[in-house]
Design a protein around this ligand. Sequence first.
Ligand code: FA5
Length: 346
Amino acid sequence: MLVLESLLADFNQELQSTHRIADLLNLKAKFIGKQGPLADVMKNLKDATPEEKRTIGVRANELKQAIETLVGQKMQELEIQEMNAALASTKIDISLTDSVLEKGLQAAGYHPVTIVQQEIEDIFISMGFEVLDGPHIEDEYHNFEALNIPATHPARDMQDTFWFADKKHLLRTHTSTIQIRGMKERKPPFRFVGPGKVFRCERTDASHEMVFHQLEGMMVGENVSVGNLIYFMKTLLSEIFKRDVEVRLRPGFFPFVEPGFELDIKCLICAGKGCSVCKQVGWVELLPCGLVHPNVLRAGGIDPEKHSGFAFGLGLDRLVMMKYAIDDIRFLHAGDLRFNSQFKSF
Ligand code: FA5
């Protein structure tokens, strides 16, 4: 018995000075492994009396379990310690400081389209609008039919479409797709904006890209009028440009609005004199809009007898071009860091 009792004390003493997992495993083997003293005690039991066998056997088992428990506890402790040590030695400082930048490393920054999109979202949020999202891959219904553009309507050709092979799905040609789901999921009055990428199979030039960004807006309620529409458009432009910009409103045709308007901005690249961005006309198409067509309200589950609404589809890339005087839309999509890093960094 004495051997057994001193065994636990010896084990505890050695355990105190064990600080590595490998040493702990060796210590465990030393005390309760096949060649260890506990195994010896058990082997020698064959010559003992039945009474000794019982008391010593029980005690030996208790000790084995006690040692296993202590090893388990210590193992957990050491694992945490080793993990913390590993984390501390591989720690990365992700905060770039000026001194790092002085060494010539590039700071990360937001893309100008993202900067302006976030600014516009904030402006609309402050005016009680929600911000919605929608899928890039759409069906014919949401991109055309529900927007009052049936299959045979010539307006389908206004937006050259990338179709999928099944001829049912497409890459959305405009963010107006967000209108239908937005209407179906809420009851009037409501107001929301929906920014995102859109896709058109178009020849590119200084003001046209195949992949570009729009920001849809919609407000539905009782007696929503052209007056409301003009108020929100004016607020948006004065907040974005922080100065007076010249705009003009002219009639525009879109099957999903009636009446429809085109809001153009006086070209800020050439101050209206004529350039490649405005196609020599001095004005840039920026913000088509109008009152939501009754058929579209119905498709969204809204009774046009009770409610009316306005909608707009802002050309985000063109707005960015006007704001920063960028004279070719292709700069926005080239991924050139020399261009991108001129804008606000994190
Ligand atoms: C539309 O896409 C309509 N869905 C907008 C709308 C919404 C009207 C709600 C009424 C109510 P449009 O095809 O004109 O309309 O495009 C809207 C804006 O996107 C244009 O004024 C222009 O600023 C921008 N845009 C159009 N095509 C391109 C292009 N290829 N590259 C860059 N910007 C473009």
